[in-house]
Each structure stands twice: as structure tokens, then as C-alpha cells.
Design a protein around this ligand. Structure first.
Ligand code: THU
Length: 160
């Protein structure tokens, strides 16, 4: 049974349904599942983002025995770009997850902290970042940007 998502999105039953440019990106996100370090949660997350120049940057979650230090896949990938580029344009961000102990049937939704960071990267590049959310072997959804997942969020406007 699929979740009902209360925002505009596309649904893809498999990788093959996704736009052709996104299929290899989701493949890269899946490859990151092999590098994820998630011995505590067993929730392995991979992320891959595509720049408008064709470059792909990746990330995966990195857990720690001191639980609050765990870092999400999306933020590893985004900070990878932020620390190597003064300006950039991310045209897609793919996220997927896998749990060897439990079949994940729903797309991996970015956590609140990652939504906040994605919002900041949208602000930095002055354009929304299309999101493709999946779990390995199950359906995926696509969204135009983070605003539907973080409406009325805290942003630079809040500081002015
Ligand atoms: N996790 C991510 O990597 N991205 C998210 O958006 C959701 C959560 C990771 C953090 C932690 O290592 C594990 O998933 C369980 O919360």
C-alpha cells in the first residue's frame, strides 16, 4: 500500500519509469548504499546530485556511537558540493534507502534537518532542486523542489 502524499509529485514504479537523465543518478545513489555506515540504525541511505555541468556528487549516511553525531546522506552530498564550488547549480537530487533487516516499501523522505539544508542550497543557487525519493527496489516519487516538504520554513528572510 502506497502512502498518500499531500503535495504535487510524480510517481515512478521503477527506475525505468524515471526520466532518462535521472536513472543513472538514482543508480549512483544506490551505489552509495554500499558505503553507508549505519551499524546502529541499519538504515542505509545513499544520495547523488547532478550539477548542470553534468558532474555528479554523492554521499551516504555516516553514523557514530555518539548518536547525535550521525550525518545524513543528503547533507554529505550537498556539503561535498558546497566545499568544492563557489557557485553551482544542482538540477536533481536522488535519495534512496535500504534496510537489510526490514523491507522499506516507501520512498525515503529527507529528515527535517536535511530539508532545511536543501532549502539553503536552493537559496544559494536561486533555483529549486528537483528531488527524486526512493527506497531500493520499490517505487519512487519526484518533486519540483523542497518547498512542499518545508513550507513556511526558517530562512534568510526570517533573519531580515
Ligand atoms: N538518514 C539519512 O541519511 N537521511 C535522511 O534524510 C533520513 C535519515 C539517516 C540518518 C541515520 O544514519 C539513519 O538514516 C537513521 O535515521
Amino acid at each position: 500500500m502506497s502512502k498518500t502524499f499531500p503535495f504535487k509529485h510524480d510517481t515512478y514504479q521503477s527506475h525505468n519509469d524515471m526520466p532518462s537523465g535521472i536513472q543513472p543518478l538514482m543508480q549512483k545513489a544506490e551505489e552509495q548504499l554500499d558505503y553507508a555506515y549505519a551499524p546502529y540504525s541499519q538504515f542505509y541511505v545513499g544520495a547523488a546530485l547532478l550539477l548542470d555541468n553534468g558532474e555528479i556528487y554523492t554521499g551516504c549516511n555516516q553514523e557514530n556511537a555518539s548518536y547525535p553525531l550521525c550525518m545524513c546522506a543528503e547533507r554529505v552530498a550537498l556539503y561535498n558540493v558546497g566545499t568544492t564550488h563557489k557557485s553551482f547549480k544542482i538540477i536533481a537530487l536522488a535519495i534512496t534507502a535500504y534496510n537489510p533487516k526490514k523491507e522499506l516499501r516507501e520512498p525515503c523522505m529527507p529528515c527535517g534537518a536535511c530539508r532545511q539544508v536543501i532549502q539553503e542550497f536552493e537559496h544559494r543557487q536561486k533555483a529549486p532542486i528537483p528531488l527524486y525519493l526512493a527506497s531500493k527496489g520499490h517505487y519512487a516519487i519526484g518533486l519540483d523542489g523542497i518547498s512542499d516538504l518545508l513550507p513556511v520554513g526558517f530562512s534568510i528572510d526570517s533573519l531580515l
